[in-house]
Write a protein that binds this ligand. Sequence first.
Ligand SMILES: Cc1cc2nc3c(=O)[nH]c(=O)nc-3n(C[C@H](O)[C@H](O)[C@H](O)COP(=O)(O)O)c2cc1C
Length: 203
Amino acid sequence: MSQTGIHEDSAANDPFEQFRIWWDDAQARSGMNEPTGMSLATADAEGRPSNRIVLLKYWDRRGFTFFTNYNSRKGRELLENPWASLLFWWDKLRRQIRVQGPVEKLPEQESDAYFASRPRGSQIGAWASQQSRPLDSRDTLSQRVAELEKEFGDGPITRPLHWGGFRVVPHEIEFWDDGAHRLHDRIVYRRQGQQWLTERLYP
Ligand SMILES: Cc1cc2nc3c(=O)[nH]c(=O)nc-3n(C[C@H](O)[C@H](O)[C@H](O)COP(=O)(O)O)c2cc1C
């Protein structure tokens, strides 16, 4: 069992408070290269699922925000079927969190602000990559990057419209904590209007 298990008497009443405790712990002592990484599951209009790792860039009571290419597979799926499931697994802490809910495209100004904060190389990369489309060779991509570097010179790089953020608005957040003999602790918070209902689940 991990050091601070999750129990009815110790779990926070508010899922964001509980998330904050585990999130801070993961950033401090997960021992991972990318403790902000999460699996993002989407589904196409026919309900066929796919998932991949993305980085959680920030979160607050409005939801969980990541950035990507809107024309990528995930981007297209989220635009046609705006629901997602996020999954964190911090191996050393033996903890898993699942977040599910509808997804909103970030307002343009919010994506602009985040794009402006990125290193220049990543900004060029966002212009250069037609994420999830076929690429004939690595050279084609390198040439495109070189062209863009020349085009932009030392000038400012604006955000490409095909790149920006999505926010997953949680309807349900489940915390899983490893227990002895596979008797794990699972606490799920479900949004009910302005409130959150808490329930323990069988492991
Ligand atoms: C550790 C890690 C972090 C990643 N972070 C992001 C990210 O924040 N945004 C993103 O679009 N892709 C990210 N990727 C790449 C995605 O996993 C994926 O390959 C890419 O977005 C294309 O996915 P899609 O074709 O399903 O849309 C990351 C991959 C790894 C392994």
